[in-house]
Design a protein around this ligand. Structure first.
Ligand code: 9MR
Length: 375
């Protein structure tokens, strides 16, 4: 049971926490900062004027049921990536069955609106179908992997801008010398499953840019530092054995409340990746708005500053060819369930608000594109 003494110490801790949070907001927020934009009314145009691609993740069910959301995608995006529809759990209702209906709908939507299409993702340890665990084992894993990659990449061969061939395969906390995450693919096939996946994809679709995609690479803390080091080592190993890998996808799920952003370290990492002859794509950009004040003015300004500061650094590296946000409008975002606010206010992590109106984050992105060196 709590005595009065401990109640008051809870109060002291709570007050200290609130004070810390408001000091942090003062550090993050500059009320004088404006996000003026000149010209162009679509992000697609701001980006393409510099030879950069802008696009977003989309879901078939949302575009079908929200025609006005679909119109916003058609206006703003030069490239589209399915958020769900190319994952194993959607594509493979049964071990011997592929269902491309939803992904094909999105491919057609992209094509109709003159957008490029990118694929996410061929090899991941999440979003696997319910039959996976009871069906895939050490004996048949290679057959399943090769058959999956061949069937799916062939289906879109010649029409896919790029593929996230392998997603999130690094985890320094799993304490392996090679930095690999302990996934079913690693357990069944050993570390060479990554090389195998890229080779099979390259054979089935020689035109697509083949990408390794990961998160947790963006900030200046020991965890991200270890991940950057491990990812770089993986890329070096793959390049040295002639694996057909062409790019790194940096997911870029950013945090508005975070202050440990170090442009110098990030720039060094990007340059190291580029020096391997790889392109870089920002694949899943958005900004968590947890712990930021509820008021839209302050919240949107901090989120926008996070976008502009990050993109200004990243786009200064000429190897960065594309920026995709993980969604387009706050009307739908994975943050509503995965990173909700404690005050239950609706989250605001994306360039358009829930009414599809551009927010300061939109301006921030347009400004970063305008400032970027031409590719
Ligand atoms: O945003 C996606 C969410 O709606 C899905 O439930 C989840 C599982 O399919 O995947 C989310 O997208 C993830 C992406 O595929 C890989 N990087 C992290 C993304 C957010 O979790």
């Amino acid at each position: 049971m709590l005595g009065l003494g401990s109640l008051s110490s809870v109060g002291v801790i709570a007050t200290a926490k609130t004070k810390y949070q408001s000091d942090q907001i003062k550090l993050l927020d500059n009320p004088k900062r404006t996000f003026k934009v000149f010209g162009g009314i679509t992000l697609r145009k701001h980006a393409s004027a510099r030879g950069i691609l802008y696009g977003a993740a989309a879901r078939e069910d949302l575009l079908v049921s929200n025609p006005e959301l679909a119109t916003s995608y058609a206006q703003q995006c030069g490239i589209l990536v399915p958020e769900w529809e190319l994952k194993w759990n959607i594509l493979r209702p049964a071990p011997d069955k592929f269902d491309f209906t939803k992904a094909d709908w999105l491919a057609k939507f992209a094509h109709t609106h003159g957008m490029l299409f990118r694929g996410h993702t061929l090899v991941w340890h999440e979003a696997l179908p319910p039959w996976f665990n009871s069906t895939v084992n050490q004996q048949n894993a290679q057959k399943f992997l090769v058959e999956h990659i061949t069937t799916v990449t062939k289906h879109y061969a010649g029409h896919m801008h790029s593929w996230d061939v392998v997603n999130e395969a690094i985890e320094p906390n799993d304490n392996r010398a090679d930095g690999l995450k302990n996934t079913p693919w690693l357990q069944f096939l050993g570390p060479d499953y990554i090389d195998l996946a890229f080779r099979v994809a390259a054979q089935a679709d020689p035109k697509a840019l083949l990408v390794y995609n990961d998160y947790g690479l963006e900030y200046d803390n020991p965890k991200d530092e270890a991940k950057r080091t491990a990812v770089l080592k993986l890329l070096e190993r793959l390049k040295s054995k002639g694996t057909p890998i062409h790019g790194l996808g940096i997911q870029s799920h950013l945090t508005g409340y975070e202050t440990h952003f170090n442009p110098k370290k990030l720039r060094r990492f990007l340059a190291d990746v580029a020096s391997l002859g790889l392109k870089i794509l920002i694949t899943e950009l958005d900004v968590v708005d947890q712990k930021l004040p509820a008021a839209f003015t302050v919240r949107d300004r901090i989120v926008a500053a996070t976008y502009e500061d990050y993109l200004s650094v990243v786009l200064a590296e000429p190897a960065v060819i594309a920026v995709l946000t993980w969604g387009l409008s706050d009307r739908y975002t994975w943050h509503s369930t995965y990173a909700p606010r404690s005050d239950k206010a609706a989250v605001r992590p994306l360039p358009l608000d829930s009414q599809l109106k551009p927010k300061l984050a939109w301006n921030a992105m347009a400004r970063a594109f305008d400032k970027a060196p031409r590719r």
